[in-house]
Design a protein around this ligand. Structure first.
Ligand code: GLN
Length: 561
């Protein structure tokens, strides 16, 4: 196994994850099999309990792992299916060591950060690197490891030490360290400053790690004399200093790396030049350029709770992008804080209320994405009602599907207090109820998480046609509540159709409203499996429908062809 370690210096938020996944893309384009590991030095065992407000979305894997959103980038860029073990946190490592200690596995020894924690980190990396993630047998050729945080952080110290030991034990031909750093410019016509990078490389070296390549984030391409300075002070050859300057979209990053021959430097360091091919990035090239040249934009209203931070719905945004590009459209996402649509806000914040409604009325399609808690629920119900009554294409994801059921029960069945027991435990008409798969008492295990199968009840529904599969689809889940099986009959009689159910027939997975151009709710999260070049079916349906192209598309793609 060969390792590429990506570290970061100077500041956080440099786009280290995108750089690391782009390195994976270029190596993959050279004919190598690539896997990846993301290390998050925080103490949480996983991202499941972290607020999307603070940390961006929680990404969900096939195996039910709730992980850092960077794993989504890796899956999308490498078209891989990762496991929860591919996300290492301090919490997970300490938990494994403490479990061993309690079992008496350390035979009475004093358990210490070095060597016990560091050994656990090394063992974890070496065994996870061997898990195939590309659907093929056998392990990958290269494992890209991204170390979260910035070099010098107290909490990343045990990881740095473990990685130092790993670099020594695997040997120099099997280890390549790429340090991502920042080159700021001061003043209007200022100079590119190398000092912060010099300091962070010095810090890395003091910890026993020597970078083989520097990936320098900057607004403009690096100047020759900037590279010279970096070479001189950081002991990295000029050919190995990469300029990661601002580009119009992130699909340019693999191309930027390839154009600077980054693959050559990495392959040389890893002694892989003899087996690698010339990188073929034609599809990336096409996609990056298509995106740059899109002019026709489609207005999408995203009605949610966490609209202040775009990363809270990162995968939904990416899935919209993939679907739009497939239709040669540019996504123009208008974020609407659901609570602004509510009647109360008309009194309290009339301007925000008017603006939210104006944006909603101006939209060509509406999305209500996933979420937890009751904030903004009434606003989401109003948005679903507006879309249903005005024939505006609507996609409800997880919470968004539950919202459309509540709305239908209230408006069409006349059950004014219909609700989910998540928002009103005393509701006389619980149309969405707590239906855990695991224990009812342990919060940690009540969530229905990961890949589950949905069986289409009829091949004659929009969703199965869009998935090009008349029988079933496997998608990822993350929820505790579901449509109450006891109300399916009345809802269906009133016109709402549950066209996808789980294998027991008890859990509703997909709803549609016949007669509406596109009114679809899905209990799963299709955004997590969307890929550039392989858009997710429900998102594609939404965008096609927003432009009145859905029927023509389905006509062209009949019978799963
Ligand atoms: N809060 C809802 C539930 O737990 C929806 C979850 C979600 O949208 N991911 O079922």
């Amino acid at each position: 196994m060969k390792y590429v370690l990506v570290t970061g210096g100077v500041v956080s938020g440099l786009g280290k994850g995108v750089t690391a996944s782009s390195i994976g893309v270029v190596l993959k384009a050279c004919g190598l099999r690539v896997t990846s590991i993301k290390i998050d030095p925080y103490l949480n065992t996983d991202a499941g309990t972290m607020s999307p407000f603070e940390h961006g979305e929680v990404f969900v894997l096939d195996d039910g792992g709730e992980v850092d959103l960077d794993l989504g980038n890796y899956e999308r860029f490498l078209d891989a299916t990762l496991t929860k073990e591919n996300n290492i946190t301090t919490g997970k490592i300490y938990q494994s060591v403490l479990d061993k200690e309690r079992r008496g596995d350390y035979l009475g020894k004093t358990v210490q950060v070095v060597p016990h924690i560091t050994d656990a980190i090394k063992d974890w990396i070496e065994s996870v690197a061997l898990i195939p993630v590309d659907g093929k047998q056998g392990h990958a050729d290269v494992c890209v490891i991204e170390l979260g945080g910035t070099v010098g952080d107290i909490e990343s110290m045990p990881f740095i030490e473990a990685l130092r030991q790993l670099s020594f034990s695997v040997g120099k031909d099997n280890f390549c360290l790429i340090h991502v750093s920042l080159i700021p410019v001061l003043g209007v016509v200022g100079e590119q400053k190398t000092k912060p990078t010099q300091h962070s490389v010095r810090e890395l070296r003091a910890l026993g790690l020597t970078p083989h390549l520097l990936a320098c984030r900057s607004a403009q391409p690096l100047l020759d004399n900037t590279k010279e300075k970096l070479t001189q002070f950081c002991h990295v050859p000029a050919a190995n200093i990469l300029s990661i300057h601002d580009v119009p979209n992130i699909w340019h990053i693999p191309l930027l790396l390839r154009n600077q021959n980054a693959h050559h430097s990495i392959l040389k360091q890893l002694d892989l030049l003899s087996i690698a091919t010339i990188p073929d990035l034609e599809a990336w090239n096409r996609r990056a350029e298509t995106f740059d040249n899109l002019t026709d934009s489609v207005r999408i209203a995203m009605v949610g709770k966490y609209v202040g931070l775009a990363d809270s719905y990162l995968s939904v945004v990416k899935a919209l992008l993939h679907a739009c590009i497939a239709c040669s459209l540019k996504p123009s996402i208008d974020w609407i804080a659901a609570s602004d649509l509510e009647d109360d806000s008309a009194q309290l914040t009339p301007e925000a209320h008017a603006a939210a409604w104006k944006t909603l009325r101006n939209a060509e399609c509406v999305i209500v994405p996933g979420g937890f808690g009751d904030r903004g629920i009434r606003g989401m119900i109003l948005a679903a009602k507006y879309a249903r009554e005005n024939n505006v294409p609507y996609l409800g994801i997880c919470l968004g599907m539950q919202i459309s059921v509540i709305e239908y029960a209230r408006s069409v069945l006349g059950l004014e207090r219909a609700n989910s027991t998540e928002f009103d435990e005393q509701t006389p008409d619980p149309v969405v109820i707590f239906m855990p798969e695991g224990s009812r008492t342990h919060m940690g295990s009540t969530m229905r998480l990961g890949s589950r199968r949905t069986l289409f009840q009829t091949p004659d529904c929009l969703t199965s046609k869009l998935y090009c599969n008349p029988q079933y689809v496997d998608e990822r889940h993350r929820h505790r509540y579901e449509v109450n099986p006891d109300v399916i009959g009345v809802l269906e009689q009133a016109g709402l159709k549950f066209v996808g159910k789980d294998e027991t027939g008890k859990r509703m997975e997909v709803l549609e409203l016949p007669g509406h151009p596109f009114y679809v709710g899905v209990q799963f999260h299709p955004e997590f499996k969307s890929r550039p070049g392989k858009p997710s079916a429900p998102f594609l349906g939404l965008i096609l429908s927003a432009r009145g192209q859905l029927e023509a598309y389905l006509g062209r793609h009949q019978n799963g062809s």
